[in-house]
Design a protein. Structure first.
Length: 400
C-alpha cells in the first residue's frame, strides 16, 4: 500500500505543476520510471538513470534548498583535445558514465556525456558532498564559528551529550575515527546507511542527530578508521549549528558565488528540514569541475583562503590509515601518497584532484552493478593513472 500511495502521489504532483508537456525532460524521465519507494539504494537501474538527474524536481520525493548560481560565472576555456591511449568510449560504457570531464591547467581538455545526459542538467553527487561539507567546516573554523578541531562534538551539538559521541572530537568526526558503531553496507536493507533515512526522529530532535545518538560504541575514539556517512551528516549538522546558517546558504556565500558557479545547485533535506551533510548535493558537471579548480587553487577569494592556512595540508593528506597501500583518508577526502586526493560518491561519482599536474577529473555515472563495485572502482583508478601518464608525456615531449 505504501508503495502504491507514493507512486500515486508522484503522478498527482506532476499533474499539479501543469501537466506532462509543461515539465522539463528530466522530470518527464523521472515520472516515466517513477520509483515506488524512497530507498534509492534499491531502485532499479532505469529508475536510477532517470532519478540521478532529477532528484530535486519533485518535492514528494525530496525537498531541497537552492544554492543560487554565481552572478559572475568563471570561465572554463577549452584546451587542446586530450590524447589518451585507452578507448574513452569503452571506458564510459563500462562505467555507465553520464559525464566525464578533464581539466588541465584550468582548461577543459575532455568533456563527454552519456546516458542521454548533457551539461545543462544537474547530477546528484552522493558522497562527493562529503568533501564540500568538510570544506565548509574549514571555512567555519576560519570564520571563528568553530574554535578548535579538538573541541568535543557535543559542544556544538548538545543533544549528543551522554551518547557515544560525547567524547568524540571534531577532528575525529572529520576523519571517521570516532569509534562509534556503524554499518555502511549498501546492499543490506537493515544497515545504518539504509535505515537512517526512514528513522522517525524523537520530538524536537533533528532527524540525523536523533538517529546517531542512539548508536553504541565499538572502539575508543581515535583508535580505528571506519567509513560512516552518519559521521559526515553530523559534520553538516555541526556546521549549521556553529554558523547558524543552512549549509546551502553557507555554501553559496563561501564557495558557489566566489568560485563563479554557472548553474544553481540544490541540496536535499532531511525529514526535519536540514541539509544532509553526507550526501546529495545536485550540480552540473562543469560546476563540479569548477569546485575542483577552486580547491586546487587553495579555495581563495580575492587572494585570501576561505579556510585556515594549514587546512589543505591537513585535509588532503593521510590522517587515517584505511588499510590500502598508498592510500588514506583526510578530512573527508580520499588521499594518495603522491599528493593527489579525491571526493567519491557511490554509483561512480567523483572529483579527482592532482595538484602536481594541475589536474581535475570529474565523473558522474550510474554503475550497472550498484552502489559499490570493485571492478568499476579499479577501472576508474586506471583511468586516472592514464590521464596522469598522458600529462607527463605531454610535458616531456620536445617542443615543436
Amino acid at each position: 500500500m505504501k508503495k502504491w500511495v507514493l507512486g500515486t502521489l508522484v503522478v498527482v504532483a506532476a499533474a499539479g505543476v501543469g501537466g506532462w508537456f509543461s515539465l522539463d525532460k528530466e522530470t518527464r524521465g523521472l515520472l516515466a520510471t517513477v520509483p515506488t519507494n524512497r530507498d534509492i539504494l534499491f531502485w532499479t537501474q532505469s529508475q536510477r538513470d532517470a532519478a540521478f538527474r532529477a532528484l530535486d524536481r519533485l518535492p514528494v520525493l525530496a525537498k531541497v534548498n537552492v544554492v543560487p548560481a554565481s552572478a559572475s560565472p568563471s570561465p572554463l576555456p577549452l584546451g587542446a583535445p586530450l590524447q589518451l591511449k585507452l578507448d574513452v568510449d569503452a571506458y564510459m560504457a563500462g562505467q555507465r558514465s553520464a559525464a566525464l570531464l578533464v581539466v588541465h591547467q584550468g582548461k577543459l581538455r575532455l568533456e563527454r556525456y552519456g546516458l542521454g545526459f548533457d551539461g545543462a542538467g544537474r547530477w546528484t553527487s552522493f558522497s562527493v558532498a562529503k568533501s564540500f561539507t568538510s570544506t565548509l567546516l574549514g571555512a567555519a573554523v576560519k570564520d571563528g564559528f568553530i574554535q578548535s578541531l579538538d573541541d568535543k562534538v557535543s559542544v556544538y551539538i548538545p543533544e549528543l551529550k551522554g551518547s557515544a559521541y560525547d567524547d568524540v572530537s571534531v577532528r575525529q568526526l572529520l576523519t571517521m575515527t570516532s569509534g562509534v558503531q556503524w554499518n555502511e553496507d549498501y546492499a543490506d536493507p537493515n544497515s545504518d546507511v539504509a535505515k537512517f533515512n526512514n528513522h522517525q526522529p524523537e520530538p524536537g530532535v533533528e532527524a540525523l542527530v536523533s538517529y546517531m545518538r542512539q548508536l553504541p560504541r565499538a572502539a575508543p575514539p581515535g583508535t580505528r578508521w571506519h567509513y560512516s556517512t552518519g559521521e559526515t551528516n553530523l559534520v553538516g549538522t555541526l556546521v549549521q549549528r556553529a554558523t547558524k546558517k543552512p549549509l546551502a546558504t553557507y555554501l553559496a556565500e563561501k564557495v558557489w558565488g566566489p568560485a563563479g558557479m554557472e548553474q544553481q545547485a540544490t541540496w536535499i533535506l532531511s525529514k526535519t528540514g536540514k541539509e544532509i551533510g553526507g550526501c546529495c548535493l545536485q550540480a552540473s558537471p562543469r560546476d563540479y569541475a569548477r569546485m575542483g579548480l577552486f580547491i586546487l587553487n587553495g579555495a581563495k577569494v580575492n587572494g585570501q583562503s576561505i579556510v585556515p592556512d594549514d587546512w589543505w595540508a591537513q585535509a588532503t593528506t593521510k590522517r587515517a590509515d584505511i588499510g590500502l597501500p598508498g592510500r588514506g583518508y583526510g578530512y573527508q577526502w580520499w588521499t594518495y601518497d603522491d599528493g593527489s586526493y579525491a571526493a567519491r560518491g557511490i554509483f561512480g561519482q567523483g572529483i579527482f584532484i592532482d595538484p602536481h599536474r594541475q589536474l581535475v577529473i570529474v565523473s558522474n555515472a550510474n554503475w550497472a552493478g550498484g552502489a559499490r563495485v570493485p571492478q568499476a572502482t579499479e577501472a576508474r583508478e586506471i583511468f586516472y593513472r592514464e590521464v596522469q601518464k598522458a600529462m607527463d608525456e605531454e610535458r616531456q615531449a620536445p617542443a615543436q
